[in-house]
Ligand binder design. Structure first.
Ligand SMILES: *Cc1c(COP(=O)(O)O)cnc(C)c1O
Length: 336
């Protein structure tokens, strides 16, 4: 049965769907058999590791309904691998790649009626890995829960929208040796203050600098950043404090394929002034242009013209997802 929902007024919020996937395992064991349960609240000990010490990771991906009715995921194995790497850093057991992808498939199928019609949005999928066993001493929890829930969301990008970024030089997102390169839940609440302040001043998001020199560009709160100068596309290298985005990786591969030179390197904040174009990438925003960047009360504005580089790369990326272009790299996983 079709859910009673106005697909045209979707935003990026939680719309409860029918099922969630739940799987548990004890420390030292392996995840094996999970199950679909009706979507709902979960019960936790007040002493759960995740509540007390933040032992948790999340992932974010999208299932899309194509014009031809096919339901597809984009590079889900990459999300599975990223969770595995994050779990190692956070001393947690994690599901193996195939188990992760299978669990995502099951969750999407069980919530099929919540996948928006083609062009109206996507089903956002949120896998979580949490230390749910009780623990008082400062150490890894004795039990872990892997949960996947899903919620329909609108396409973030609206024609003509562009980010107004504020370069944050007081607060940092990630430190050297920290957890900036994994999707640890502990990385996100500290961004609320700088982002809330920036939003109250009319900016759309914050661009963070490296915490050591305070002069190299890192990333925006939930997306990676690229700049274009002549025929060269540059992005900060993912050397520890930057989240290695799967969209970032895909955009680099598409750009190389289209003949652009791509550089992953240190980028000084001052370089942004001379860029022809700046854009951001991430599962939620996909690819979005930056309209202005403000750094120490100086504002740089970017013209977003018809022939912008980001548009060419974005349309190729979307065409692969939509099935209009051949999926040469095996990025698309069809669900049925
Ligand atoms: C998830 C995330 C991204 C984007 O990663 P994708 O795999 O492209 O969605 C970028 N930066 C941060 C901090 C993130 O959490």
């Amino acid at each position: 049965m079709e859910p009673e929902i106005d697909w045209d007024s979707l935003g990026f919020g939680v719309t409860p769907t029918d099922y969630m996937y739940v799987m548990k395992c004890s420390i030292g064991d392996e995840f094996d058999k999970g199950q679909l349960l009706p979507y709902g609240n979960i019960e936790l000990s007040p002493a759960a590791g995740v509540l007390n010490y933040g032992q948790g990771l999340f992932e974010g991906m999208k299932a899309m309904r194509r014009e031809d009715g096919k339901i597809v995921l984009f590079r889900p194995h990459e999300n599975a691998l990223r969770m595995k790497i994050g779990a190692e850093r956070m001393c947690m057991p994690s599901p193996c790649v195939d188990l992760f992808v299978d669990a995502v498939n099951k969750t999407v199928l069980a919530n099929k009626r919540w996948i928006p019609p083609a062009g109206k949005g996507t089903l956002y999928i949120r896998p979580l890995l949490l230390g749910t066993g009780p623990i008082l001493g400062l150490s890894p929890a004795p039990e872990y829960t892997f949960i996947i829930y899903a919620s329909p969301v609108a396409n973030y990008f609206k024609e003509g929208s562009a980010l107004r970024l504020y370069v944050e030089d007081e607060f940092h997102r990630a430190s050297r040796g920290g957890t900036g390169s994994i999707k640890s839940i502990t990385n996100y609440a500290p961004a609320f203050k700088p982002v809330t302040t920036a939003k109250s001043r009319g900016f759309s998001d914050v661009l963070y600098l490296d915490s050591v020199h305070k002069k190299y560009v890192e990333e925006v709160s939930t997306c990676n950043i690229f700049l274009v100068k002549d025929n060269i596309i540059s992005t900060p290298s993912t050397t520890g404090s930057i989240l290695p985005g799967i969209t970032r990786k895909s955009i680099i591969e598409i750009a190389l394929d289209q003949g652009y030179q791509v550089e992953e390197r240190l980028i000084e904040v001052e370089e942004l002034v001379n860029a022809d174009e700046v854009f951001c990438t991430g599962t939620v925003v996909v690819v979005i242009p930056v309209g202005s960047i403000t750094y120490q009360d100086k504002r740089v504005e970017y013209q977003i013209d018809e022939n912008a580089v980001y548009k060419r790369i974005f349309s190729t990326y979307m065409a692969i997802k939509n099935g209009q272009l051949e999926d040469k790299n095996g990025w698309i996983v069809e669900i049925n």
